[in-house]
Every structure is written in structure tokens, then in C-alpha cells.
Design a protein. Structure first.
Length: 755
């Protein structure tokens, strides 16, 4: 590869630019798990790093090609084989598979049947593409020094993903802009340095130091102003819903305007995600609570689907009746109220509610038709999905904007849960014990192993709930794989990855419990959100898309549906108590209060679960679990200070890089002492002088060069060292002890370069 004139391609400046280019390439790889079914993204990142290192080190092509081929085989083996690459069977079998897959897929390409290409071959093509991009980056940096096209392409790529997919590119754009500033400025600096050295300017590093100081200072100022300046709300509406509504003609039914977080389809779980911190609704409530939206009961091996059984409420909304109950009368509850107000531009056709919803306040109910300005005094009836607990309007052309709810907050007796019968109704068993026929046997074996030491349903449930935290499972939201064809989602999480987010944990818990005949359903909605302020005797909470979450509800015949929280880092906000903590008087009093209410008895409504299935229409709703952490959490005062300190250290290191190098060589040759050879020390001195802006000119003899160096550095040491070097070089041998005699002259020159 052609070397840059006047500059070593392996200088610290070039290395720094190349590292920045690799970070840009990384930005291309980060979103892949979110927008596709690609897993093992770390393998591709490491391969890109490996390719970049080989190309940067200018390894001969005859070695690069075999190394990259072995790297690709190793990556393919890691992704598609259970055998170690270095085992007798693993590597050889992967090579055989590579040959057969290549022949088969090349024939498909020849026939232009690209849709039939296998995942193995697609992965191979991605490896080849990464290797090619790494070489192009090297070419652009070290030959053309034009990185603007790649930088612009990266910005366009990220912004398109941010607009039309679940990707939140807020931080990615900041990283790309900062990286781009550094790269383009440093590349321009290299051109200026070459021009300066071409006219025999010395101490060219002074120029680079000034550039670095200016660059880092400007980036710090721009970042600080950008962070501290007020932020305006988006001036344009999200183009995706508008495009779907007016171009594709899609409806605005239940949840169709959802932001990322609470989605529409749970049939294919897996894949990482990037947080969306846009607000969904505000809630004024007495206590924090999970906001339940819907639940699913059929696990497919890849995700969840539901078959809603809709029951029309006995009364319309104007008569304030909701007839769906989750708990038996024996459960101790406290009546509470909540006011929910949707954020601007957000609306759902169904309600979000905590605990057991009992009433909707007519005076606080506000909704609006979709796509029209008609008066919102449109009559409708609530429909209840008695299989999933989703409560929605029968008119899917409206969305709720504000509503006040009355709900029962439960307190579950541990004694009652442990003593609960395990005689589940047939309708419960039919719906909530379903498992795929091809569920791997080791999943059922693990469930039996976890619960074998316990003799009651509650303790078995707790054992499964705590299994993940006690066995090293990791909460992670990025690089989470989607199961390949024929692979079970829960099996992959339990035995292969052992990391993921709430969907992984909640689905795994539900499947493990069903495997030991404990009825369970998968629930989705939102966590409590962030408390903003106190309002009277309650609190005001902001619930964002990043609060979207999934958990588990377990059925106890004598109790009803009880929520559990298996996800790492999350806490079940439902209260459990020992029987003796509640007095008989308190329990009787609360039961009398409930008897006085004008709502139907729960025992009369429980048979809704036990009726035979009637005709139904499949429905969907959704949500992928999301962590509650803020994506800009790193922008705290502490981390801003750390970032500034790191940048200052980089600036100081860059300024002092030659001094640090020279100090290192001084120490090295001083320690080696008599063992060092004079000729190698003199060659190193020539390298140091060139690096400091005093290179030997073309056609310049060593004696002429030594005279010029001594004149510049006001020294006579270079002439002495050169005279000894010529005597040894042309004499064909090195005299013993010569280095020790002239080491002080060598050190004097090196020190003079960095006084």
C-alpha cells in the first residue's frame, strides 16, 4: 500500500483517526439487532476490529487473506455450531459447511433467487462486507484523506433509522458529530503539516498541538452549550403515523398510534432496542403502581398471541360500570382513585389501570374521534376481554385522552396463597397451561428441578421468580438475539444467552410455571414511571415509552390472578402480608365496605373465566419490555466532569506524545546499558529526529545531516555519533563498549529535542 508522503501512516495521529473511523463503523452495527433478527452482533464487531488491525498494520496481502478467512470461519462456527472451532469436529465441520453452502448459494445467485439465500451465506456476506469497508476506511484516510462521504452516509443512515424504526439515535448523532469534528480537523491538520515540512519548517508538532488545543476547546464549548441550552419540542409531527394513515390507509385503532415501547405485536420476541423517552401519559395517584394494558395466553415458541373473548359491559360508560374482576372476595383490597391524562399526540383505544379496575368516572372521561373534529360526545360501550383483561371502547375510531378510574389495590395473604387449592377450573387449564408441542424437554426438566423442593404453588412460583437472580442471569437491552428458525425463545434465553430484558424474563417464568401445571399468563403495560411532584394527598407520575414492561400473573383458585416480577432490577409493587399482620376487625370492616358498594359480587362474575369458549375474533396488542433507565442518564454532572477530564488527558497526551516517547527510549537504553548495540541506537535516533520534524533530506549525506542537526540544536553530539556510526558501518563490525562510551551524547541529543 502506498505510504503518505512526509508522514508515517503509523503515527499516533493516523492511529487516532483510524480508531475514530472504526467507531463510526461501530455506529452502523449498533442498530442491526433492533431493526433485524440478527443476533451475536458482538461477533461482527470483533471481526471488524480484527480486519481493521490487520489492514492498519499493513500485513502483506498473502497473509491478510488467510487470516480474514480463518476469522470468518471462526465467526460462522461461533454463530451456527455448538462445537468449539478448535475441536476436531468443530472447525472441520464448519469448513465443510462453508463449502457446501457457498456452492448452493452461488447457484441461487446465478438464478437470481436472492430471497432463498441461507442465513449461513448471508452471514458470510456480512463478514466480507465488513472486511471491505475496513479497507475502504484505510484507503480514504491514508490515501485520499476524504472521509466526508462516509461521515455523511453515517448521519443519513442513523437519522433514517431514528425516524422510521424503533431506534432512538439521540446519543448516536452526538457521538457521530463529535467523531466527525475530530476526524475532519485532524485530516486537514495532516495536510497543513506536510506543507510546513515541505518548506523545511521544523517542530511541526507545534502546529498539531495548537490544532488539538483549539479542536478540543471548541468541542467542549459546543457540547456544553448544546447541553445547557433550552430544547424546543419537535416542530414537525412524527412522519410515520401520518404516512401510514394517509398513504397506506391504515386505521387508527387500538394502540395504532403507539410510540416505541408499547407496540402492536408480540408474535416475535427478541432483539435489542434503544430507549424512547417520549411521554405517554401523566397519572395522579395515591401510590406508585404498574399500569396494566393487556395480557396474552398462547405461547408459540417465538412469542405470544391472544384470542380475546369480548364481553359487552352490562352498562355503557355513562353509567360508570366496569364488570371485570381479577380477585376473589377473600382478597383484602383498598379502594383508590387515579386520574390519567395522555400526552399530546398520544392516544389509545383501551384503558391502562392498576390493580382491579372497578369504575370509570364519567365526569373525567375525555376522548376524541380519529382523523376528524367531530364533537367527542359520541356514545360507546366498554368491551372487556375476559381472557386478557383488556378494557376498550367498542368504537375503534376513538382514542381516550383523559379518564379517572377507581380501582382496588390488593394485599395478598401469604397464608392464603400457600394454602390455596390447586384444583383449577377446566377453562383456566385450557387457556393458561398451553405450551408448544415442540418445547425442548430440557425446559420442562429445569422447571421440575427448580420446584421439586416445594409442596405448595406459591413457594414454587417464588422459586421460579428468584431463579434468574440467583443464577447469574444478566439484564441487557442491546445485542439480544432473536431465535433462529426452529429455535425456542425461552430455551435460547435459559440455556444459551442467559441475558435479556423483561420479555425474556417474564416469558421464561410463564413457560417454566406452565411446565409444572401452574396456570400463568403474560402481562404487559407500564411500570410506575417517574414521580414529578406531590398533588394533594397523592403524587403525579410521568410514564414514558421507556417504562413499557412485561410481567407475569399466576392463577390461584382461592385468590384469583396474582402478579409476579421476575425481571432483574425491577420490584413487584404488590403487597404481600402474613395473616397475623391483619386483624380480624380490619378484614371484616373492609369486607363490609365492599358489600355496601353497588357493584356486582365477584363470585357472580368469576364464572366469566369458566364459561365455554364462544366464537371470537383474534386480536392483538402488545409490548416489548423496556428498562426504566433514562438514555441520557450519563449526562449527569459527575459524568460531564469525567468526560472533560478524559478530554483534557487526551489533549495533554497528544501534546506530550513525542516527549513521552523520547522519555521511554531514554529509559530503555539506560536500562539496557552495555547490552545495547550502538548501530541500533543510532538508527533509533534518526527515527526520533524525523518524528520531531528534523528528517534527513533527500540526497543529504549523514555528515551534512549531522551538521544541520547540531546547528539547530546548538550541539556537537550528532557529529560525534555520526563519525562513530560511519566508522562502524563501513568497517563492517561494531566495537565492544562503544555504545557505553557515547551514550551520554545520544541522551543529550534526545533531551535537547524536548527541553
Amino acid at each position: 500500500m502506498k505510504r503518505l508522503a512526509g508522514q508515517r501512516p503509523t503515527s499516533i495521529t493516523h492511529f487516532f483517526i483510524y480508531v475514530l473511523a472504526f467507531l463510526l463503523l461501530w455506529e452502523w452495527l449498533r442498530p442491526i439487532p433492533t431493526v433485524s433478527n440478527t443476533g451475536h452482533i458482538d461477533v461482527f464487531i470483533w471481526f471488524a476490529f480484527f480486519s481493521s488491525a490487520l489492514i492498519y498494520l499493513r500485513i502483506p496481502i498473502k497473509f491478510i487473506v488467510p487470516c480474514l478467512f480463518l476469522g470468518m470461519l471462526y465467526g460462522l462456527n461461533y454463530i451456527f455450531s455448538r462445537e468449539s472451532f478448535f475441536s476436531r469436529e468443530g472447525g472441520l465441520e464448519t469448513f465443510r459447511l462453508f463449502m457446501s453452502e457457498s456452492i448452493y448459494n452461488i447457484s441461487l445467485i446465478y438464478m437470481w433467487d436472492l430471497a432463498s439465500l441461507t442465513n449461513f451465506f448471508r452471514t458470510l456476506l456480512l463478514f466480507l462486507l465488513l472486511a471491505l469497508i475496513c479497507y475502504l476506511l484505510y484507503f480514504w484516510i491514508f490515501h485520499t484523506r476524504k472521509i466526508f462521504f462516509f461521515l455523511l452516509s453515517t448521519i443519513i443512515y442513523i437519522t433514517v433509522l431514528d425516524t422510521f424504526t424503533a431506534i432512538d439515535a439521540s446519543m448516536a448523532i452526538i457521538r457521530i458529530v463529535v467523531i466527525g469534528f475530530f476526524m475532519m480537523t485532524l485530516l486537514h491538520m495532516l495536510k497543513v503539516q506536510e506543507e510546513e515540512k515541505a518548506i523545511k519548517r521544523i517542530k511541526g508538532t507545534y502546529i498539531s498541538t495548537a490544532w488539538m488545543y483549539t479542536l478540543i476547546f471548541m468541542i467542549l464549548i459546543a457540547t456544553s452549550i448544546g447541553y445547557a441550552a433550552p430544547k424546543f419540542d419537535p416542530q414537525w409531527d412524527d412522519p410515520v403515523p401520518t404516512f401510514q394513515r394517509y398513504v397506506l390507509g391504515e386505521g387508527h385503532g387500538s394502540g395504532s398510534v403507539n410510540r416505541v415501547g408499547y407496540g402492536e405485536n408480540d408474535e416475535l420476541l427478541g432483539g435489542g432496542f434503544i430507549q424512547d423517552h417520549s411521554t405517554v401519559f401523566f397519572a395522579v395517584a395515591e401510590e406508585a403502581a404498574y399500569w396494566r394494558g393487556d395480557s396474552k395466553h398462547e405461547y408459540t415458541g417465538r412469542g405470544w398471541i391472544g384470542e380475546p373473548r369480548l364481553v359487552e359491559s352490562e352498562s355503557s360508560y355513562v353509567e360508570n360500570a366496569i364488570d371485570y374482576y381479577m380477585y376473589r372476595n377473600s382478597v383484602h383490597v383498598e379502594e383508590r382513585e387515579v386520574l390519567i391524562t395522555m400526552a399530546d399526540g398520544v392516544g389509545f383505544n383501551h384503558l391502562f389501570y392498576p390493580g382491579q379496575l372497578t369504575d370509570v368516572d364519567r365526569s373525567l372521561l375525555s376522548f376524541e374521534p380519529i382523523g376528524s373534529s367531530e364533537d367527542n360526545d359520541l356514545p360507546f360501550t366498554f368491551l372487556t376481554d375476559v381472557n386478557g383483561g383488556k378494557i376498550s371502547a367498542d368504537d375503534n375510531t376513538i382514542v381516550f385522552k383523559e379518564y379517572g378510574l377507581t380501582y382496588d389495590y390488593p394485599k395478598f395473604s401469604l397464608n392464603q396463597l400457600r394454602d390455596s387449592s390447586e384444583d383449577d377450573p377446566d377453562s383456566i387449564r385450557d387457556l393458561y397451561l398451553q405450551l408448544p408441542e415442540d418445547l425442548p424437554e430440557r425446559v420442562s426438566n429445569l422447571a421440575e428441578e427448580i420446584t421439586s423442593d416445594y409442596d405448595n404453588r406459591y413457594d414454587q412460583v417464588i422459586a421460579v421468580e428468584q431463579y434468574f437472580s440467583r443464577n447469574g442471569y444478566e439484564y441487557r437491552t442491546t445485542d439480544v438475539p432473536t431465535p433462529v428458525e426452529g429455535q425456542d425463545y425461552v430455551d435460547q434465553f435459559l440455556f444459551e444467552t442467559q441475558y435479556g430484558y423483561c420479555d425474556n424474563y417474564s416469558t421464561a417464568m410463564a413457560v417454566l410455571l406452565r411446565a409444572v401445571d401452574i396456570p400463568t399468563r403474560w402481562v404487559k403495560g407500564f411500570t410506575a414511571g417517574e414521580e414529578l411532584e406531590e398533588v394533594g394527598e397523592g403524587h403525579r407520575y410521568e410514564v414514558k415509552n421507556s417504562n413499557a414492561h412485561s410481567w407475569v400473573e399466576v392463577y390461584f383458585p382461592d385468590v384469583g390472578w396474582v402478579p409476579f416480577e421476575p425481571t432483574q432490577g425491577f420490584t413487584n409493587n404488590v403487597e404481600f402480608y402474613e395473616e397475623e399482620e391483619e386483624t380480624v376487625t380490619d378484614i371484616e370492616s373492609s369486607e363490609e365496605d365492599r358489600d355496601e358498594q353497588e357493584t356486582p359480587e365477584r363470585e357472580d362474575l368469576m364464572p366469566l373465566w369458566e364459561e365455554e369458549n364462544e366464537d371470537f375474533e383474534p386480536g392483538a396488542a402488545s409490548g416489548s419490555g423496556r428498562n426504566t433507565k433514562s438514555g441520557i442518564e450519563w449526562l449527569t454532572t459527575k459524568n460531564v466532569i469525567i468526560s472533560i477530564v478524559v478530554l483534557l488527558m487526551v489533549m495533554i497526551f497528544y501534546q506530550k506524545q513525542n516527549r513521552i516517547q523520547n522519555r521511554y527510549f531514554l529509559m530503555k537504553y539506560r536500562i539496557l546499558g552495555k547490552d545495547e548495540k550502538f548501530l541500533s541506537a543510532y538508527d533509533r535516533l534518526l527515527w526520533i529526529l524525523k518524528n520531531e520534524g528534523l528528517p534527513r533530506g533527500e540526497g543529504e549525506t549523514l555528515r551534512e545531516y549531522a551538521t544541520r542537526v547540531d546547528r539547530v540544536l546548538n550541539s556537537m553530539s550528532m557529529a560525534k555519533l555520526t563519525k562513530t556510526y560511519e566508522r562502524m558501518y563501513y568497517g563492517g563490525k561494531e566495537f565492544n563498549g562503544e555504545w557505553e562510551k557515547q551514550r551520554k551524547d545520544w541522551e543529550e541529543l534526545v533531551k535537547a529535542l524536548n527541553p
